[in-house]
Design a protein around this ligand. Structure first.
Ligand code: UD1
Ligand code: CA
Length: 458
């Protein structure tokens, strides 16, 4: 039987190099806080329970993580070794393995973590360390080996000799420990180093000196192991996750014209045969169905979008778009909007908190707010729902097949009956019965011979 694996996520550090009021692990990569990404991956890798070590702005971290993990507090940030020590009460008495991972390594894949755990188990090791060979190892701890190539210890950037710092094999900060061996070695580490911190990385030297087995496991893809310490690294990590997401979607049957120029966040889903054009941003819990054409320059944030929709330069947030709809260019759909099917929305149209029925057309220059619009309604160019009197908002109801003439103001609350018409330029303040024509503007009067003298003539 496989032993139980507890994950400990180190997330108490301040993240000084981020220069931020927000704790580092809450900064987002491709729309997801780094720590959330790490939690997902350790769970995917098979960890059965998870503890987050919080410290700097711990309330914020605990709130973001919620009930996904347990917590232990590191009151003072005295180093990574001291941070892990805070999880000792949770680990005591257990005889399985503990996976230790930093909250700032969001690119690691679950397969890599699995391999690390397996290496620890298979070698009956006290610890396995995930290492990587970096082009530029600056800032990382270096994996030091003896002349026979056996690992002897890890040396931090600030403590290394020039010879040690020339080593390009680095410590990724991800480890698997046999819990008992860890709990024996951890109290032995000191803080006599350049930073005056309790370095977790010192346990390996101690374990090796005691004759315990420590296996370095090289990551196949060094990029995965990148730690995020600055905003420059945050942008680099974001890009990696974004391109991974695009690749995953393409492999599942989505066409992406230029994967470098679309921004599709982690939790977004897209159906088969949808084509995504450059400049498209799909965020939050957005889902896009099959056979759509999205973009160019379209942003959907928390939008449920059905099948066969063509959205060109649409910005929509917190709303629902049915299927077979044609929208854009330059459309703004605001929260609470529900668009049903076979709708046409043309250029410069804003819809807010409205329900728009099947086959309705809003072709040009329209503001439709707080309205319930039926099926096959036509809104003429320049239609405005006048929904706000300066204090309160009111609803407009337009029933099926109504025809709203160009430049109509529908002063809410107002009700337009089935198949009713409004004359172009009308300001409608009273309900219009079904099948009536409402004319609410001054009748045209022509004044003959208005032009009497030469002043108006050429
Ligand atoms: C650490 C490793 C280094 C490794 C690198 C990989 C140590 C001493 N060094 O360095 O060998 O190459 O990660 O990215 O472990 N944290 C706490 N409490 C603390 C200090 C840190 O919880 O008192 C947490 C941080 O929130 C962070 C993680 O531990 O998530 C790593 O801390 P950080 O300061 O980024 O360590 P590095 O200098 O990157
Ligand atoms: Ca780090």
């Amino acid at each position: 039987m496989e032993k139980e694996i507890t994950a400990v996520i180190l997330a108490a550090g301040m993240g000084t190099r981020m220069k931020s009021e927000i704790p580092k692990v809450l900064h987002k990569v491709n729309g997801v806080p780094m720590i959330e990404q790490v939690i997902r991956v350790v769970k995917e890798a098979g960890c059965t329970s998870c503890v987050t070590i919080t410290g700097y702005k711990g309330d914020m971290v605990r709130e973001a993580v919620g009930d996904q993990t347990a917590f232990a507090e590191q009151k003072e940030q005295l180093g990574t070794g001291h941070a892990l020590m805070q999880a000792a009460p949770v680990l005591e008495g257990k005889d399985g393995y503990v996976l230790v991972i930093c909250g700032d390594t969001p690119l690691l894949r679950s397969g890599t973590i699995r391999r690390l755990i397996e290496a620890c188990e298979e070698n009956h090791a006290a610890a396995a360390v995930l290492t990587a060979v970096m082009e530029d190892p600056f800032g990382y701890g270096r994996v030091i080996r003896d002349c026979e190539g056996h690992m002897t210890c890890i040396v931090e950037q600030k403590d290394g000799t020039p010879e040690q710092l020339a080593v390009r094999e680095i410590n990724t900060g991800t480890y698997c420990f046999d819990i008992r061996s860890l709990l024996e070695a951890l109290p032995k580490i000191g803080c006599n180093n350049a930073q005056g911190e309790y370095y977790l990385t010192d346990v390996f030297g101690l374990m090796i000196q005691d004759g315990l087995i420590v296996v370095p496991v090289a990551a196949e893809d060094a990029e995965e192991t990148m730690g995020v310490n600055s905003r420059v690294q945050l942008a680099a990590a974001d890009r990696v996750l974004r391109l991974r997401k695009a690749e995953e979607l393409m492999l599942s049957g989505v066409s992406i014209i230029d994967p470098e120029r679309v921004y599709i966040q982690q939790d977004v889903t897209v159906g088969q045969d949808t084509v995504i054009y450059p400049g498209t941003i799909l965020e939050g819990r957005t889902s896009v169905g099959c056979g759509c054409r999205i973009g160019p320059d379209t942003e959907l944030d928390n939008v449920v979008c059905g099948d066969d929709n063509h959205l060109n330069r649409v910005y929509a947030h917190d709303c629902t778009i049915g299927s077979h709809n044609e929208m854009g260019p330059f459309v703004h759909l605001r929260p609470g909007t529900v668009m049903h099917d076979h709708i046409k929305v043309g250029n410069f149209v804003e819809v807010k908190n409205s329900d728009i029925g099947d086959g309705t057309k809003l072709p040009h220059l329209i503001y439709c707010g707080d309205a319930d619009v039926g099926e096959k309604v036509n809104f003429g160019c320049g239609t405005v729902t006048v929904n706000f009197d300066g204090k309160k908002k009111y609803r407009t109801v337009v029933e099926d097949h109504a025809f709203i003439g160009c430049n109509t103001n529908l002063v809410a609350p107002v009700h337009i009956g089935k198949r009713a018409f409004t004359a172009a330029g009308s300001t409608i303040t009273k309900d219009v019965p079904a099948e009536a024509l409402s004319v609410a503007r001054a009748r045209q009067k022509n004044i003959e011979n208005w032009v009497k003298d030469d002043t108006y003539k050429d």
